[in-house]
Design a binder for this molecule. Structure first.
Ligand code: AMP
Length: 397
């Protein structure tokens, strides 16, 4: 496998799959948050500075009817030029004659951007002939779009086969892979995973996988109440998946057999309705009165979780401890975030992976005080579950 650090890009044209799927203001079509564009800058600049040229390919939004103008990458060309500090030419389509002529004439140091690759149904279908046409733009293929690495699309996966000896990851994906490796294959101990979020059903695969890799597994969020009910506790109106009570008990048994410390919350903040302004009480998690629902973990739980986290060398966090979107039920999630920051300051490696814990750490403005915040929600979840991501396999294989 080639590496972006050592590959000689000089005089070569590189097709880079990036994730420029940025949010745009619905009316002005101005970029509302350019984090994803900025994240790709190191990879693009590295290639340009090494004497190569770049053809950027990305999707934007979910166009259903073909060329819907609000999803055109033309909307982000000027801003990308500004961020890169160099002119970005716009191709107008992906595989047309003009676009191919433009890439054929690229000089070292030049950048061009293709139109939204999802304007073509062949992209998501992973059509080989479409991928082959895309490959004609370049001598080298770099995938730096972790967020779509779990999709076997033409530009994320299939195209790689046309660059058998000249394909590699960009810096962004490389960092994601290294981060997961650091958690799942760590020599350092103890390793702690905090898995929260709404439902056991959506996290069961990751929990089962983590039981083989961690010393402590903290269960939080809505999921916790299924575990509590499975042990005979009273959970009132809390979120429960009755179909998963047996699964919850199996996880408890497996954790014991594997010597994993499975931490289930002890106390909880309950509300009389699903509302920030609901009446609130703090009770033991297995003694929730009828008519009340648990929307956050309680203080004792927060303290004990923080203790476990602060004594860890490696920490993985996926999913909030409560309904952190509501001010009155965010304390447990904030406590976990702060404990991870403290552990990181003490030298632990911390990975925040998966949609809502990423949203939470950013809400508390702590994203820059942990080791790694993943950019790929669904992709990170699947990677942690141990699935082979097609976009990653295509480069490694
Ligand atoms: P997930 O995408 O599975 O990580 O779930 C995240 C969602 O779980 C967030 O929107 C939280 O508001 C929600 N959540 C966390 N704790 C609870 C709870 N106790 N009851 C209901 N929803 C919860």
């Amino acid at each position: 496998m080639q590496s972006i650090q050592t590959y000689d890009f000089s005089g070569k044209r590189t097709l880079i799959r990036v994730d420029f799927n940025v949010p745009l203001d619905k009316e002005t079509l101005k970029i509302a948050d350019d984090t994803r564009i900025r994240a790709a800058v190191p990879t693009i600049k590295h290639i340009l500075e090494s004497g190569g040229s770049v053809v950027v390919v990305s999707h934007l939004g979910r166009p259903k009817l073909g060329n819907e103008p609000q999803f055109s990458l033309k909307n982000i060309v000027a801003h990308t030029s500004k961020i890169l500090g160099t002119e970005v030419k716009f191709a107008g389509d992906c595989i047309g004659e003009e676009a191919l002529k433009m890439s054929a004439n690229l000089k070292p140091g030049e950048v061009m951007m293709l139109e939204n690759v999802r304007y073509y149904k062949h992209e998501t279908a992973g059509t080989i002939s479409f991928a082959e046409k895309l490959s004609k733009h370049a001598d080298v293929y770099v995938n730096d779009a972790f967020g779509t690495a779990h999709r076997a699309h033409a530009s994320t996966t299939v195209v790689a086969k046309f660059f058998p000896n000249d394909k590699m990851f960009g810096f962004l994906i490389e960092r994601e892979i290294v981060a997961v490796d650091q958690v799942l294959n760590s020599n350092l101990k103890p390793v702690t995973a905090i898995v929260g979020g709404a439902k056991v059903s959506s996290k069961i695969t990751i929990i089962e996988r983590l039981l083989n890799n961690v010393d402590n597994l903290i269960v939080g969020g809505g999921m916790a109440y299924t575990f509590v009910k499975a042990s005979g506790g009273n959970v009132g109106n809390s979120l429960v998946e009755d179909d998963y009570l047996e699964t919850a008990n199996k996880i408890k048994t497996a954790a014991k057999a594997k010597g994993v410390n499975l931490f289930i919350p002890i106390d909880t903040v309950v509300a009389d309705k699903f509302d920030n302004d609901a009446n609130r009480e703090q009770v033991l998690i297995d003694q929730i009165p009828n008519g009340w629902m648990g929307l956050d973990v309680g203080e004792k739980t927060s303290l004990e979780c923080a203790d476990i986290i602060k004594n860890s060398k490696v920490v993985l966090w996926n999913g909030p401890m409560g309904v952190f979107e509501m001010e009155n039920f965010q304390a447990g999630t904030a406590a976990v975030a702060n404990a991870i920051v403290e552990a990181t300051a003490e030298g632990a490696f911390s990975l925040i992976g998966g949609g809502d814990s990423v949203a939470a750490i950013n809400k508390f403005n702590l994203g820059d005080q942990v080791s790694h915040v993943s950019t790929g929600g669904g992709a990170m979840l699947e990677y942690l579950e141990g699935k082979e991501l097609p976009g990653i396999q295509a480069i490694k294989g």
